[in-house]
Design a protein around this ligand. Structure first.
Ligand code: SAH
Length: 334
């Protein structure tokens, strides 16, 4: 596999710098991870060394296009990888902070019916460097401090566990973003949830539930046939018991499909014992799914029903919907 700029760990950088004074390793490492610089911009290095590193430490992402939406608050990048595969990254500004949404795979094999990435199928896994570089590149462009990273772009993070976890470590240890500000979102791969529970960084976990009965969830999230709700809830229960970490459920609001009163009651029955927080996502339109999102009124009523049952619930704002940069719309057809 081609090693790109952020695939190198400290030992890898040290090997590239053989023959140079030892302190160069730290200068390069800090330049790449703290200052978000290209090697050519690390001005503490001699010019010839900068040029050599610029050639050796090749970037993993080439910008194909960049779209700005929501009056400048949202930016979506389409990147091309060294082998031509394409992925997307989204940067969202809030009044006091910024969040980067990263992809973990080129495409996705989970085939959720309402998700554009799922409709397009799977290309390949991303390497650690390709994941970390998305954060660095977005941070370079951000007008505010990047405080949060959400693994909610293209792909299923827990189906690429090793690379994703190595990226989490690097984003935490070297890019300096706190563990509670890192959120992994999963379709519900139970073995991955169990592995995550054994890791030492208390990152946040979001489970894309979308349905609280197996018949409906089988249709919306096909992996439910492999890990049905009872098994998934077992995994979630163990996760919460073992880690004491916060768990949230994602629920895309689909008109007439999962926004009925009985859906809210079933969801509340799953969420309450786990003290899970529910995030309602208004469904974003995608080409391969004909059903529309619930009305704003219906979303509010659903939220109200959950709150009455003692479940804390927020309605996620839809960023970048007008430029197909919202949840489930990432697909990279420039
Ligand atoms: N594979 C992971 C992370 C990527 S998707 C997962 O499934 O959690 C991030 C979130 O966006 C998931 O909750 C996903 O179900 C949701 N999503 C996908 N398509 C959507 C759409 N069209 N509208 C709203 N949310 C969508």
């Amino acid at each position: 596999m081609t090693r790109t700029r952020y695939d190198h760990d400290r030992a890898g950088i040290a090997a590239l710098l053989a023959g140079e004074p030892g302190y160069r390793v730290e200068q390069v490492w800090e330049g790449l991870h703290r200052q978000d610089r290209d090697p050519a911009e690390i001005t503490t290095l001699p010019t010839a060394l900068r040029a050599r590193l610029e050639d050796t430490l090749v970037p993993g992402l080439r910008e194909v296009s960049r779209v700005v939406a929501d009056g400048g608050a949202t930016t979506k990048w389409l990147w091309e990888l060294h082998d031509g595969a394409r992925i997307e990254t989204v940067l969202m500004h809030y009044p006091d902070r910024a969040t980067v949404c990263v992809s973990t795979q080129a495409g996705c094999a989970m085939a959720c019916s309402f998700c554009a990435t799922g409709q397009a199928g799977f290309d390949r896994q991303l390497g650690v460097g390709e994941i970390v570089e998305q954060v660095v590149r977005a941070r370079r462009a951000a007008a505010r401090r990047v405080s949060n990273v959400v693994f909610m772009g293209m792909g299923e993070p827990l189906a690429n566990f090793d690379a994703v976890w190595a990226a989490v470590r690097r984003i935490h240890d070297d890019l300096g973003i706190g563990a509670r500000h890192l959120t992994l979102s999963t379709v519900g791969l139970v073995p991955g949830i169990r592995r995550l529970a054994a890791e030492d960084l208390p990152v946040s976990l979001a489970v894309s539930l979308h349905a609280a009965d197996d018949a409906l969830r089988d249709r919306l999230v096909p992996v439910n046939r492999r890990y049905p709700l009872a098994e998934l809830m077992d995994g979630c229960r163990d996760y919460v018991a073992r880690t004491g970490r916060r768990l949230s459920f994602e629920w895309a609001m689909i008109s007439g499909v999962n926004d009925r009163f009985e859906d809210a009651e079933r969801l509340a029955a799953l969420a309450r014992p786990l003290r899970a927080h529910v995030n309602l996502i208004p469904l974003n339109p995608t080409p391969g799914y004909a059903v529309i999102g619930s009305s704003a009124k219906r979303v509010r009523a659903f939220r109200h029903a959950l709150v009455r049952h003692g479940v804390t619930t927020t309605i996620r704002d839809t960023r970048g919907a007008d430029v197909a940069a919202a949840c489930g719309q990432l697909r990279g057809n420039a």
